[in-house]
Design a protein around this ligand. Structure first.
Ligand code: APR
Length: 320
């Protein structure tokens, strides 16, 4: 059987890391696409030259030609620009919307059967636009945010409790922004829900609240440290986890920005929810029950995403 083909649209910081991880894990052959001439070719060659030492079997190619992604099984999209000082939210939306249009058309023409994972920000609005522009079935297009936000939450919790990260499960729901909802009730250490651990005196409510807030600010914390860029190791690893779940039909239960059709009270839009990812793409949305307070926080987050989607419609008439 031929190896799977993984197309990475955008060969910047995250794209390069995705290529490295995909090759090291032998998930398939990798095509790096970018408009910046030489960058995808250089990164593909550099990573390929690490193959003999690492011992992986994967071919890597860099390109500026969408024809090279033909037949890709997975497309991971990081193409776009980051917000720079002086740029308004609408400026960023306008620029990245245009990028999503060209990427969506490129995927539709060359890899219409692919499972598409969008990482470009503002995430929930961009994945919505990418699905519209590509016309791919909604369950085959999703956004990576929840796995990353949950991984940040899990990391902070494992440090607080001084236990292995493997034993910490956590969910972050809602939009990928300030209003995201780290779900305390559904997060556990070794199966014990966080509120019980507070009752047991293993941590305090104040410490837990601070961890929740640090999770919400997780992206900004990295930007503040790096100064000239945003996070790329953990975002790439998170998207690879989703791609692997699809390619190996793992049926992983992972939070991601998925097309909701009534689940958790959301209709006709993309937002972060628990999903099952397998060979069928987003095979299921887990319609968890929220408490009144949780639902209020979640609805607020959904409203923030709605605002971005409306702004997209205002910028590009074809989306209205
Ligand atoms: N088609 C293909 N590639 C494009 C296009 C386009 N129309 N426009 C820009 N690019 C490429 C750039 O040339 C650059 O190499 O997208 C790449 C983006 O890479 P970086 O700027 O390094 O950004 P990165 O850190 O990888 O983040 C990518 O993910 O988390 C989000 O906010 C982040 O939106 C950003 C995205």
């Amino acid at each position: 059987m031929a190896r799977p083909k993984i197309a990475l649209i955008g060969a910047g910081q995250i794209g390069g890391t995705l290529a490295h991880l995909a090759a090291m894990k032998e998930l398939g052959d990798v095509v790096l696409f970018d408009i910046a001439e030489g960058v995808p070719e250089g990164k593909a060659l550099d990573i390929a030259e690490s193959g003999p030492s690492e011992g992986f079997d994967a071919r890597l190619k860099g390109t500026q030609d969408y024809a090279d992604i033909a037949g890709a099984d997975v497309c991971i999209v990081t193409a776009g620009v980051a917000r720079k000082p002086g740029m308004s939210r609408d400026d960023l939306l306008g620029i990245n919307l245009k990028v999503m249009k060209s990427v969506g058309e490129g995927i539709a023409a060359n890899a219409p059967d692919a499972f598409v994972i969008c990482i470009t920000n503002p995430l929930d609005a961009m994945v919505w636009a990418l699905q519209k522009f590509s016309g791919l079935p909604p369950h085959m297009v999703c956004g990576m945010a929840g796995v990353l936000d949950s991984a940040r939450f899990r990391h902070f919790l494992s440090v607080e409790f001084d236990v292995s990260m493997k034993d910490v499960t956590a969910f972050v729901l809602g939009g990928h922004g300030d209003t995201m909802v780290p779900s305390v009730r559904y997060s556990t250490v070794g199966g014990i829900p966080l509120p019980d651990l507070v009752d047991m005196g293993w941590t305090t409510q104040d410490k837990l609240d601070a961890i929740v807030q640090r999770t919400r600010d997780g992206g900004a914390e990295i930007v503040g440290l790096l100064k000239t860029g945003s996070a790329f190791y953990a975002p790439a690893t998170s998207a690879i986890e989703m791609a692997e779940a699809f390619l190996k039909d793992q049926k992983r239960l992972l939070p991601c920005a998925a097309w909701c059709d009534g689940e958790l009270g959301v209709k006709g839009m993309y937002v972060g929810v628990p999903t099952v990812i397998g060979a069928g793409g987003v095979e299921k949305i887990v319609n968890i029950k929220l408490t009144k307070d949780e639902q209020e926080m979640f609805d607020k987050s959904v409203d923030a995403v709605k605002g971005l989607v409306e702004a997209c419609k205002g910028i590009d008439d074809s989306l209205a």
